[in-house]
Design a protein around this ligand. Structure first.
Ligand code: PPS
Length: 897
């Protein structure tokens, strides 16, 4: 155990004191806790935590990688979900006796997705659970390992393994009521990869699983016929939900054509729906490799079908925009010539047949117009301008300078020059209210002068970036709104400034086409309702790679899916994005300091050491002002400037209006810390030691209970140390009530403390609201747990509120140790003042300076009845707190013992 003075200290303090046995246990706890926090945090960061989870993804030991793929699918479509192992899921779902614990763990689930081999023992236990809980099932069947023996049947279904090179074609059922897939779509050219699993109906005997090396399995006794005759569909049946007789109760979604001999082929189902006629569980069984695009399409289809469209938000509409950035700017030999420009216009006309309204979006840097050395390239520039009306145009600064490195005046000048250029050359650039910044600079991390100049000079209301919140993983890129401008996420299409010949593209032309034909670019389009692809001039000269990629993409999409492609322009795209995802409107600012790419596009004034390293979180009326005042006395510590709104508190993470102002505003609340002096390099003089680093901190007592503060703080200050003061919650509530009265809160003035704490939800709204705000901050367990979902508990120091009142110098020693700051003689600086009834600061003139009259107020003591009432009110919350502290290896505060 930690010694007395280390009450509520984090474990590393105990270990500093040489308590090694504690250290061992703590370390394990700490590691475990940190792992849990990290994984939770990952899934919660930018996740849809406001919605109840609806899909439960279950994986076995062999299914970890494929399940990761499915998790990416769920995340990219923002389908609310949880993930767990097959073993754990069975335990959780099986908790029939304790259904509240079931829903507490899992939320409301409607679909299970199982990733496993075709093994009845893995799936059968779930059938019972699905029946009992009215769940549907999607089963992604993994290919059999070579050595495995045939497996038992499942719903009279046999599985067979087929080597990928035996599959020569694939068809989507012409009869299945697809929402996303195109009925009857057919084609060959299935890429090699993992084995596939095909299905057949049992008539007798065991299922067959063939050696994948032999190309094709014995696909069971089901006769399959000509692909075009769609025999597989009719042989498997067109079962309606609940059908028991007449048909087999299956509907085939996809079949593949398998080579069985030199000239023989057979058509077998690879994705089918079991309508639940036999076991009452509606399920979709998929045998295509999980990484293959068909599986993504079928997963989307399955979740849509099984949830009657409730779990997929995007519908079928897909808006697509293709930017050509730097249209006049490229190295010699990589700019468009006249025939390239004409090819672009011809391609555009053709693409409009597949994507209504399709128009290339040209980003221009006027300062480079006609700057190429080759005459053909100058003519190419002129051809672009001659056809300006046929394209859409957007500002890309005049000289391609990065906005973050320009002063507001330079920025404005650059934009004005580009605007004048557009005017002089008849370029209709003001109409679309869209602009893009070179290298994403200034868009994210946000550089407010860029936003202001865009609005002022170009009337921009939409832009795009790949950088929010981060470049990777790309399916997690998001949009946000800032200073009246909608920032949309951009997608990657694998064409860069250096890809202008097929031979420069890894894998050549075939690889480029396969990106579009089911590869990464197709999946992006499938996942993203609003896709903005960035290309560059070199992609349209030379081998014109972009003019291969996009037609291939749209053709493939129209062939296999019913996605409705369109290009309605940036404004309509922004409207659609934010009406689909209103939760993205307000950004979650992330720390630019811990991200290499973001650091490279930070304005010069941005100083990562001007952000605080310590947050005193609260709660209100726990002694936070005293702690703030005392800590500010340390010579190596500085706090924020006084705010005109909240006095000594910044409240950035808990005040939505302030939070919107961005990190720059937050930084400006802190003094610029002294930079260490750099000794002259060639000097023979002994160098003076650098000044000690300054620790910046802020205290905002509103952070403790604010629902978004932990996530916001973690995203900006991942390494911050946190302090929470645990005062007796009953006293805290009484102090808070007195504070409200002192500030003439009409409800607090009108109602007594007894009435306030005893108010119920049926009391007048202003009374029950006051009661809620008075009592709930004292639910310490709940608020601390929330913070620990984001921060590791070693970053958190808990201070006993009574100790702070009675032995403030000891508390300060404890705090300095936690912060690894040098000793400061608080024992001499803090002295008890009998008039104030609290410790005060002894100033240099030896006079005591106490906290203001609003801290340490005089008011009558709480009545015994109220005290008792509160003790029993807080008893369960305090018990949970005690449990938590024990789990974390902390000593409880005195009032809790
Ligand atoms: N040294 C010292 N001087 C004065 N007051 C002290 C001190 N140490 C702790 N306290 C207790 O701090 C209570 C005020 O808490 P906060 O500063 O957190 O209040 S606030 O939320 O910032 O308004 C305040 O509550 P009240 O007594 O109700 O005024 C005090 O109980």
């Amino acid at each position: 155990m930690c010694p007395r003075q280390a009450t509520l200290a984090p474990p590393q303090l105990c270990s500093l004191m040489g308590l090694t046995s504690e250290k061992t246990t703590t370390k394990t706890n700490q590691e475990r806790n940190s792992r849990v926090v990290k994984s939770r945090e990952k899934s919660r960061h930018f996740s849809e935590k406001a919605q109840p989870p609806r899909v439960l993804l279950l994986y076995g030991t062999d299914g970890y990688r494929p399940s990761h793929e499915i998790k990416t699918f769920l995340e990219s479509h923002r389908i609310p979900h949880r993930t767990t192992s097959l073993v754990k899921g069975q335990l959780l779902l099986g908790e029939k006796t304790n259904s509240s614990s079931y829903s507490q763990h899992l939320g409301e689930i409607s679909i299970l997705i199982i990733v496993s081999h075709f093994q009845a023992s893995l799936v059968e236990p779930y059938l019972e659970l699905c029946r009992a809980r009215h769940l549907s099932l999607v089963w992604a069947v993994l290919p059999y390992p070579h050595s495995q023996t045939p497996k038992p049947h499942f719903s009279r279904l046999h599985a067979s393994s087929v080597a990928p090179d035996a599959i020569v074609g694939m068809t989507l059922s012409p009869r299945y009521p697809f929402f996303y897939g195109r009925p009857g779509a057919t084609g060959g050219g299935i890429p090699h990869g993992k084995n596939w699993t095909t299905f057949s109906l049992e008539t007798s005997g065991d299922s067959h699983v063939t050696n994948p090396g032999s190309h094709v399995t014995n696909s069971g006794p089901l006769p399959v016929g000509d692909l075009n005759a769609a025999n597989a569909w009719s042989n498997m049946g067109d079962g309606e939900p609940g059908t028991k007789n007449g048909t087999n109760g299956y509907r085939v979604l996809v079949e593949v054509r398998v080579k069985t001999g030199e000239t023989d082929f057979t058509d077998v189902p690879v994705v089918l729906e079991d309508m639940g006629g036999r076991d009452g569980v509606r399920k979709i069984v998929m045998g295509a490799p999980v990484r293959f695009w068909l599986s993504h399409l079928m997963l989307l289809e399955s979740v849509h079908q099984l949830s009657d469209g409730r779990l997929v938000r995007e519908g079928r509409e897909r808006m697509v925009m293709v930017d050509i950035d730097d249209i006049f700017l490229a190295p010699e030999g990589r700019r468009m010539r006249v025939d390239d420009v004409q090819a672009v216009l011809r391609a555009q006309a053709k693409l409009r047949q597949m994507v209504p309204g399709f128009t290339f979006n040209a980003g221009f840097v006027g300062g480079y117009y006609n700057s190429g050395a080759l005459m053909e390239e100058k003519l190419g520039n002129q051809e672009l301008v001659r056809n300006a009306e046929q394209l859409w145009w957007f500002d890309h600064t005049y000289k391609h300078h990065q906005p973050h490195s320009m002063s507001p005046r330079q920025l404005r000048t650059s934009m004005e020059l580009n605007r004048q250029f557009a005017k002089d050359h008849g370029i209709p650039a003001l109409v679309h209210h869209y602009a893009v910044s070179p290298h994403h600079s200034g868009v994210y991390p946000v550089h407010p002068p860029l936003y202001d100049s865009w609005r002022q000079i170009w009337n921009v209301s939409v832009t795009s970036t790949e950088e929010y919140p981060d470049l990777r993983p790309d399916h997690m890129r998001r949009g946000f709104k800032h200073r009246g401008i909608s920032v949309l996420p951009r997608q990657t299409c694998r064409l860069f400034t250096h890809t202008f010949l097929y031979s420069h593209f890894p894998g050549g032309r075939n690889q480029l086409v396969s990106l579009a034909a089911g590869g990464e670019v197709f999946l992006t389009l499938l996942r993203t309702p609003v896709s903005i692809f960035m290309t560059h001039t070199p992609n349209y000269c030379c081998d014109r790679l972009a003019l291969t990629l996009f037609p291939a993409l749209f053709k493939f999409t129209s062939r296999w899916t019913q996605l409705q492609l369109s290009y309605p322009g940036p404004l309509a795209m922004a409207d659609r994005y934010f009406s689909l995802y209103p939760e993205d409107t307000s950004p979650l600012w992330t720390s630019p300091c811990s991200n290499k790419r973001h650091r490279e596009i930070l304005p010069a004034w941005f100083n990562c050491s001007q952000l605080p390293q310590l947050l005193i979180l609260g709660p209100q009326k726990s002694g936070t002002t005293a702690l703030h005042t005392f800590l500010s006395l340390h010579p190596q510590v500085q706090t924020n400037r006084q705010s005109e709104l909240h006095y000594e508190e910044v409240q950035f993470f808990s005040d939505d209006t302030l939070y919107q102002r961005g990190i720059q505003w937050y930084m400006e609340q802190f003094p610029y810390p002294p930079s260490p002096s750099v000794p002259p390099t060639n000097s023979s003089l002994p160098s003076s030691p650098p000044p000690p680093p300054t620790l910046l901190f802020e205290k905002s007592a509103t952070y403790f209970v604010h629902p978004q503060a932990p996530q916001r703080a973690k995203a900006v200050l991942p390494q911050a140390q946190l302090v929470v003061i645990l005062a007796d919650p009953s006293h805290r509530a009484y102090s808070w009530y007195q504070h409200q009265r002192a500030h003439s809160d009409p409800t607090a003035v009108r109602f007594s403390f007894s009435e306030v704490i005893r108010a119920s939800p049926s009391s007048p709204p202003h009374l029950s609201s006051l009661s809620h705000h008075c009592l709930t901050p004292g639910h310490y367990h709940q608020h601390i747990s929330h913070w620990l979902e984001y921060y590791d508990h070693s970053q958190l120091l808990l201070i006993d509120g009574d100790e702070l009142v009675e032995r403030p110098a000891a508390v300060m020693d404890q705090l300095l140790e936690f912060l690894r700051l040098p000793f400061h003689p608080f024992q001499n600086i803090l002295q008890y003042d009998s008039r104030k009834g609290f410790y005060c600061v002894v100033e240099s003139n030896r006079r005591k300076k106490c906290l203001g009259k609003s801290k340490g107020r005089s008011y009558p003591p709480m009545t015994d009845e109220d005290q008792q009432w509160l003790s029993s009110y807080y008893a369960p919350h305090n018990a949970q707190l005690k449990e938590l502290l024990t789990r974390l290896g902390r000593t409880p505060p005195r009032w809790l013992i």
